[in-house]
Design a protein around this ligand. Structure first.
Ligand code: NAP
Length: 321
């Protein structure tokens, strides 16, 4: 079978797409024929081995998985004798932020990893695109107490995380202002926000509205300027560490001081996030934003594009079928 492989950390130049042996599932494993996967920001972190702390989970000196990948959507080809929850022919999707050998035509995966049946009506591409960013979006939002009518601002409405967050917030009846470049107005409007601010035409931190929650889903702003648009007990969350890694210590300082707070959530429980997103998808309340589609042979280009920080939602790798 064909797979995207590497033996060392580095830029997309370390990747070789080549023929490797098709895996055989062990007793506790599921063999999946991968139909679609994505290249996402976690894949980029795993390719470069950055931040360094990530290597404690994915291989200190060299990547533990020589095949790249973190998410997949496909069809169960075979199951080991201990697997009872899936059978050949099931349409499945999943994600593991500590990497999976999913940039390949076939993948053997431990049955205990986060794997779910694909939501009804979803294509393989849509399922793969509903994993990584939606998992992070869900984990950032579920740490904040919001109720119907609360106001949230999402900076980076075009991003994988931002586009998922906008939809998750709208499904909770939250008033959402999304921030994006004016050229993407139409695509972001389709996600259902109540208002859009174009960052090329004005600074969102000067907005006249006050928000219960400011989510900087691209980490391009920071807590201090956002305090201006936060309500008295408003919450600020960024998907990045912020200047001087301030989002690591500001949660302690702001929780002691009281008032406007910073939270820096650690994304956990992938199965729970995927189940939540699948439920919304079944109800027609979540549809991932999809940007470009590449073939497996073009995966280096896909990595370069995703690493540029310019992708709109999710970048698909469509497998030969
Ligand atoms: N904390 C975590 O656990 C975790 C996990 C995964 C990812 N991340 C981080 O979260 C961030 C977002 O990831 P992602 O996959 O959602 O990113 P992404 O899809 O690459 O999103 C970047 C998007 O932001 C837009 N953008 C760039 N500058 C902007 C600005 N000043 N204001 C508004 N939008 C802007 C870009 O479009 P234009 O430039 O064309 O406007 C692009 O569409 C990344 O920095 C990533 O490293 C964190």
């Amino acid at each position: 079978m064909k797979a995207s492989t590497r033996t060392t950390y580095g830029s997309p130049d370390v990747i070789t797409v080549k023929e490797v042996e098709k895996p055989a599932p062990k007793a506790n494993e599921i063999l999946v024929r991968v139909h679609a996967t994505t290249v996402n920001r976690t894949d980029c972190g795993a390719l470069w081995g950055k931040p360094f702390v990530f290597r404690f989970f994915i291989g200190l000196f060299k990547p533990r998985n020589s095949i790249t990948g973190t998410d997949f959507a496909g069809v169960v080809e075979a199951v080991g004798e201990k697997i009872t929850s899936f059978k050949p022919g099931d349409r499945v999707w999943g994600f593991d932020d500590n990497t999976l050998p999913s940039h390949a035509e076939y993948m053997a995966i431990d049955g205990k990893k986060p794997i779910l049946k694909i939501p009804t009506g979803f294509t393989f591409e849509q399922a793969a695109a509903s994993a990584e960013a939606a998992h992070y979006a869900y984990n950032f939002l579920n740490k904040v107490k919001l109720e119907k009518g609360s106001k949230a601002l999402v900076n980076g409405g075009t991003g994988g995380i931002g586009s998922a967050a906008t939809q998750l917030l709208k499904s909770m009846d939250i008033y959402v202002t999304a921030v994006c470049h004016s050229q993407y107005d139409e695509r972001v409007r389709a996600l259902g926000p109540d208002r859009i601010i174009h960052y090329d035409q004005g600074d969102f931190t000067q907005d006249h509205e006050k928000y219960d929650f400011v989510f900087d889903a691209v980490g391009k702003s920071s807590f201090k300027p956002c305090t201006r648009i936060l309500k008295d007990n408003g919450i600020y969350i960024s998907s990045e560490l912020g200047p001087g890694a301030e989002n690591l210590y500001l949660p302690f300082i702001t929780s002691i001081k009281g008032g406007k707070k910073v939270i820096f959530p650690l994304p956990i429980d992938i199965s729970k996030s995927l189940a939540y997103v699948a439920d919304l998808a079944e109800k027609g309340k979540f549809k991932p934003l999809i940007d470009r589609t590449y073939s497996l042979d073009q995966i280096k280009e896909a990595f370069e594009y995703v690493n540029s920080g310019k992708k709109i939602g999710n970048v698909i790798i469509k497998m030969p079928t």
